[in-house]
Design a protein around this ligand. Structure first.
Ligand code: CAA
Length: 257
């Protein structure tokens, strides 16, 4: 597949997508959004890939939706084009997606990060929902995912009063898994992803699905999802191999079967 607004590469069992509109701070126009999700879906289908990393550049992960693209749009145009609908495609990706964030992750950039499964932040990463400063609100999940993650008061402050979080604050408030130096931040994210990609693929898929259920359902329903995902793993070769390897004190060899 040929892309013009993103770059893709494979590093071992890790698929890497790099947002590549540096002159626009990697703002998401509709083309980049489409290409990003096409690339994620392609990696998701590829048996050789175990985890996916999405990154930008050192200065900007992504500065949000492309303001220039929508500045003159009418309500009807935005609605009929389903402007923010396509962001939901991230929910269909079954493999773990790790955001490697350096510099600005603002607006839709922050919302995309919030849709990922794990976040590696460089020391320069900054997270925010500045839509209020341009007369709108987050439209790609920001009000919902942020509130669930950081709680009501901080989410309100970020969404209503444009509070921006530093990398350190993001770590403190649960918006990042780890902070790494700016230099080599992508390599650090890829080795984190490699570790994840080396695990039993079907169990990883079931685990992601079950953890995500915690954000969508009541506890009883979430526990039911967990059980529904736990039992079928006993029908996999990997479960037999994993437990046998433990007993034989050796490293398991996963087949994804
Ligand atoms: N859309 C379109 N272009 C953008 C952009 C965006 N979101 N963010 C930056 N750019 C462009 C700038 O217009 C500028 O282009 P020109 O050189 O042609 O003027 C270029 O990128 C560089 O930007 P700056 O000169 O502003 O760079 P800076 O270092 O001074 O500031 C910044 C960087 C803080 C990220 C600043 O650009 C900024 O505040 N950007 C807008 C952030 C924002 O409001 N995002 C929310 C978008 S709405 C949204 O995301 C809705 C949703 O929920 C889906």
């Amino acid at each position: 597949m040929t892309y013009t607004t993103i770059l893709t590469e494979t590093r071992g069992r890790v698929g890497v997508v790099t947002l590549n509109r540096p002159k626009a701070m990697n703002a998401f126009n509709q083309q980049m959004l489409g290409e990003l999700f096409d690339a994620l879906e392609a990696f998701d289908k590829d048996q050789a890939i175990g985890a996916i990393v999405v990154t930008g550049n050192e200065k900007a992960f992504a500065a949000g939706a492309d303001i220039k693209e929508m500045a003159e749009a009418s309500y009807v145009e935005m609605l009929t084009a389903g402007h923010v609908q396509s962001w939901d495609r991230i929910r269909g990706i079954r493999k773990p997606v790790i955001a490697a964030v350096s510099g600005w992750a603002l607006g839709g950039g922050c919302e995309f990060v919030l849709s990922c499964d794990m976040v590696v932040a460089s020391e320069s990463a900054k997270f925010g929902q500045p839509e209020i400063t341009i007369g709108v609100i987050p439209g790609a999940g920001g009000t919902q995912r942020l509130a669930r993650l950081v709680g009501k008061y901080l989410a309100m402050e970020m969404v209503i009063n444009n509070r921006t979080l530093t990398a350190q604050e993001a770590l403190q408030f649960g918006l990042a898994n780890r902070i790494v130096p700016v230099e080599g931040y992508l390599d650090a994210a890829v080795s984190f992803a490699e570790e994840i990609a080396s695990r039993a693929p079907l169990a990883v898929r079931m685990a992601k699905d079950a953890v995500n259920a915690a954000f969508e359902t009541a506890l009883s329903e979430g526990l039911a999802v967990e059980k529904r995902n736990f039992y079928p793993l006993f029908a996999t070769e990997d479960q037999k191999e994993g437990m046998k390897a433990f007993i034989e004190k050796r490293k398991a060899e996963w087949k994804g079967k």
